[in-house]
Design a protein around this ligand. Structure first.
Ligand code: HEM
Length: 149
């Protein structure tokens, strides 16, 4: 990410913070609308707690954009846990689309080509770091294990 992209993400995140509870509700509604097949993954999940955890993860990411050496291992660990939850690579595209839509709603006039590009760069960084850690041998249950479970 360029310094300008990081600045845009930090500045626009500050505008999301006061409306974060509403934004995260909209995000999950949109996510399940885009990809209803994801619902079962959250069947036994406390969504109230989950929404807080997602916001914390995003806040951590935004706060550490200049400390990739700290951020990347945390995202890798998060990605490995997601493999265990049954999350597949393509699910990250649905999450990215729901995030994009939510930011567009939340930021209103501040959502423009430059903002969209900056957030795409940030989300790509997060998703690629999580996916590559999740896809490392040994982290994803094999199909055989999944069928057996
Ligand atoms: C790329 C950005 C993502 C971020 C920042 C993120 C963040 C988180 C966090 C912080 C948790 C709490 C549990 C933990 O820390 O391990 C969590 C749980 C979860 N996430 Fe994600 N996540 C992302 C992508 C996804 C995707 C693509 C899916 C696919 C649907 C997903 C599905 C889940 C599920 C099902 C849980 C609940 C696990 C459980 O409690 O059983 N996440 N996520």
């Amino acid at each position: 990410m360029t310094p300008n992209e990081k600045n845009i993400v930090r500045a626009t995140w500050q505008k999301i913070v006061p409306i974060a509870d509403t934004a995260v509700d909209l995000f999950y509604d949109k996510l399940f609308e885009i990809d209803p097949e994801l619902r079962p993954l959250f069947e036994n999940v406390d969504m109230g707690a989950q929404k807080k955890k997602l916001l914390q993860a995003l806040a951590m990411t935004v706060a550490q954009l200049d400390a990739l050496e700290v951020l990347a291992p945390q995202l890798a660990e998060l990605g490995r846990r997601h493999a265990a939850y049954g999350v597949q690579n393509e699910h990250y595209d649905s999450v990215g689309a729901a995030l994009w839509w939510t930011l567009e709603q939340g930021l209103g006039d501040d959502w423009n080509t430059e903002t969209a590009q900056a957030w795409t760069a940030a989300y790509t960084l997060v998703a690629e770091t999580m996916k590559s850690a999740a896809n490392t041998d040994g982290n994803r249950p094999s199909n055989a294990q999944r069928t057996a479970a």
